[in-house]
Ligand binder design. Structure first.
Ligand SMILES: Cc1cc2nc3c(=O)[nH]c(=O)nc-3n(C[C@H](O)[C@H](O)[C@H](O)COP(=O)(O)OP(=O)(O)OC[C@H]3O[C@@H](n4cnc5c(N)ncnc54)[C@H](O)[C@@H]3O)c2cc1C
Length: 534
């Protein structure tokens, strides 16, 4: 059963090793957990639904409190605080579960007639407030696409697969794998996020270096809108004016409900392995990463942790004896304090992976990298989708954790990274609180890369104070990002949390163009109000 107030399956927990607890306490002090609301206590406070589904629709729509609680929030830290405190503020009035295009069209027609706000919902893994209802005086219906979760067609010749938009990551891969194919889209939220959600929020997977971002994978499909059905043909490339497919990417539920997603798939690779190299310092590690990507070395995944992230990961890894042996080995080879860990993947035929590995090792060696083989890489691969469970363990210890991510050109990476980290480290000083901050680079391009920063701080004596701490950290750092040549989001999207910062990036005319697109498809502003655009 999915956790109603946090990440993942409630039957699975990831324990924090003792050294990890000591490490965090030494950095930011001991945590003092807040007490959590229970599901029952939240359900009794859910107001009566304002929806009166007409006959025929009532079978599609659930209005019971638990369904509404479970669809009221996503996974941002602000969402966590709402769920843990029981202070949700607002619930959808009901949750619809359509199973086909006709039912989606019926829901759209009914919502337009009754002036009901509709929120398209994939896996609810948004970390930017995308799916949270807002109080505008009208009833709100969340449309959970989870029952449209099948592989509908596989065109082997063109390598195009068609999925119901509500198909979650594991079902995408297992249904393709049965035919010998992969999509290769692996966001860290893979376990719960859906293919429609990936398109709607312009997602990026951990192996985007090989398979591309969702923009490259999304070939076409079907969108049900308030103005009719939009069919996006699967053409490999086209110079026929602006691309409608591009308008749907990142539309965040504002233009319509994506019901079918056609994606470009790849035969399953024969070989794949993940490798780890340590560098003595950040400068050599960052230079090696840039050279690898600008050299077009055929890696399928690349991630570079800065010194604090490297230290944190080793502290949280458990197995202190093994880690201490590794540190002695690295130290003897020049990678001591301040070392930075790079993880990379090679995927393909035996020849492709051999040649990519050789090239990568040469570039790393020329930048003083110490190659350590596949052991740590295998660990990364095994744990890649379970790491979000650590958030639960941290919460139980009295720590809040959140991430900020952006992308910028190579010439600005260090400058922006330092601004982000320094601001996060210093923002709670007025409260005599420390923040533990660390960063990795990932999603590399010849032009630049994404910067992904994690910050951990102690929860305050109350939920209000904890939320105030988060707001200060998040708002001031988001302002710094957009004012220093960073995007407000490389992969998490805009939602409601990032919407105030979008105009800096898009400009007045750009915002006008986005708004007029929303007005064309949804003139009465029925769909997902305040997401993407205020
Ligand atoms: C632990 C964790 C790790 C994450 N890691 C990554 C990562 O590595 N890469 C990454 O890109 N993101 C990541 N995310 C963010 C999130 O998972 C992505 O934004 C994901 O694409 C959202 O998919 P979803 O199905 O959960 O969509 P939801 O959260 O349900 O919805 C997101 C938006 O898309 C709209 N939407 C959803 N489905 C449809 C549809 N069928 N039609 C129209 N609109 C729709 C919603 O209205 C909403 O605006 C992470 C989140 C968490 C919590």
């Amino acid at each position: 059963m999915r956790r109603w107030n946090g990440w993942g399956d409630e039957g699975f927990n990831l324990a924090m090793p003792e050294q990890g607890q000591e490490f965090l306490a030494s950095r930011i002090g001991d945590g003092h957990p807040l007490s959590d609301a229970t599901l029952d206590s939240v359900c009794v406070n859910v107001p009566e639904s304002r929806l009166r589904p007409e006959p025929g629709l009532d079978a599609l729509i659930e209005t019971g409190p638990e369904e509404r609680v479970r669809h009221a929030r996503g996974q941002s830290l602000a969402d966590w605080l709402a769920m843990r405190s029981g202070e949700f503020g607002m619930f959808p009035d009901g949750v619809a579960y359509p199973t086909n295009n006709d039912e989606v069209r019926t829901l759209l027609r009914w919502a337009a007639e009754q002036n009901i706000h509709l929120i398209p919902y994939g896996g609810g893994t948004s970390v930017a407030g995308h799916i949270n209802p807002v109080d505008k005086g009208q009833p709100v219906l969340t449309v959970d696409m989870g029952r449209m979760n099948r592989l509908q067609d596989l065109d082997r010749e063109s390598q195009i697969a068609t999925f119901g938009a509500g198909t979650p990551g594991p079902l995408v891969e297992s249904q393709l794998r049965a035919h010998g194919y992969t999509l290769g889209h692996f966001p860290q939220s893979f376990e719960l996020s859906t293919i429609g959600g990936w398109v709607a929020s312009r997602s990026s997977g951990q192996q985007s270096l090989r398979y591309g971002r969702i923009e490259q994978l999304f070939a076409g499909g079907r969108v049900e809108t308030l103005q009719g059905t939009l069919t996006l043909p699967t053409i490999p490339a086209s110079s026929a004016g602006p691309d409608i497919r591009e308008m749907i990417l990142g539309s965040e539920g504002r233009l319509g409900l994506i019901t079918e997603v056609k994606v470009r798939v790849t035969p399953l690779p024969k070989h794949e392995s993940f490798h780890v190299v340590f560098f003595p310092d950040w400068e050599s590690a960052r230079t090696a990463s840039r050279q690898l990507v600008q050299n077009r070395t055929q890696l399928s995944m690349l991630r570079l942790s800065n010194a604090v992230e490297t230290e944190t990961q080793l502290a949280l890894a458990g197995h202190p004896r093994l880690i201490s042996m590794l540190e002695s080995f690295l130290s003897l080879r020049g990678a001591g304090d301040g070392k930075c860990m790079m993880t990379f993947g090679v995927t393909g035929t035996r020849n492709q992976t051999r040649s990519a590995l050789k090239e990568a090792r040469n570039i790393c060696k020329s930048n003083n990298g110490v190659y350590t083989g596949t052991r740590l890489g295998d660990k990364w691969a095994a744990k890649r989708f379970t790491m979000p469970y650590l958030r639960e363990a941290l919460w139980q210890m009295g720590y809040a954790v959140d991430t900020l991510e952006t992308a910028t050109d190579w010439d600005n990476v260090d400058h922006l990274l330092n601004l982000i980290e320094t601001n996060l480290q210093e923002s709670l000083a007025d409260r005599q609180e420390h923040t533990h901050v660390f960063t990795h680079l990932s999603h590399f391009y010849s032009q630049g890369c994404s910067i992904y920063t994690t910050y951990v701080f102690r929860v305050g004596p109350s939920y209000e104070e904890t939320l105030a701490r988060w707001q200060k950290l998040k708002t001031s750092t988001s302002e710094l990002i957009v004012n220093n040549r960073g995007t407000i989001s490389h992969q998490h999207g805009v939602g409601k949390d990032h919407a105030p910062f979008l105009p800096v990036e898009k400009g007045e005319l750009g915002m006008l163009a986005i708004r007029s697109l929303c007005d064309t498809f949804d003139p009465d502003a029925i769909l997902n109000p305040e997401t993407l655009l205020k």
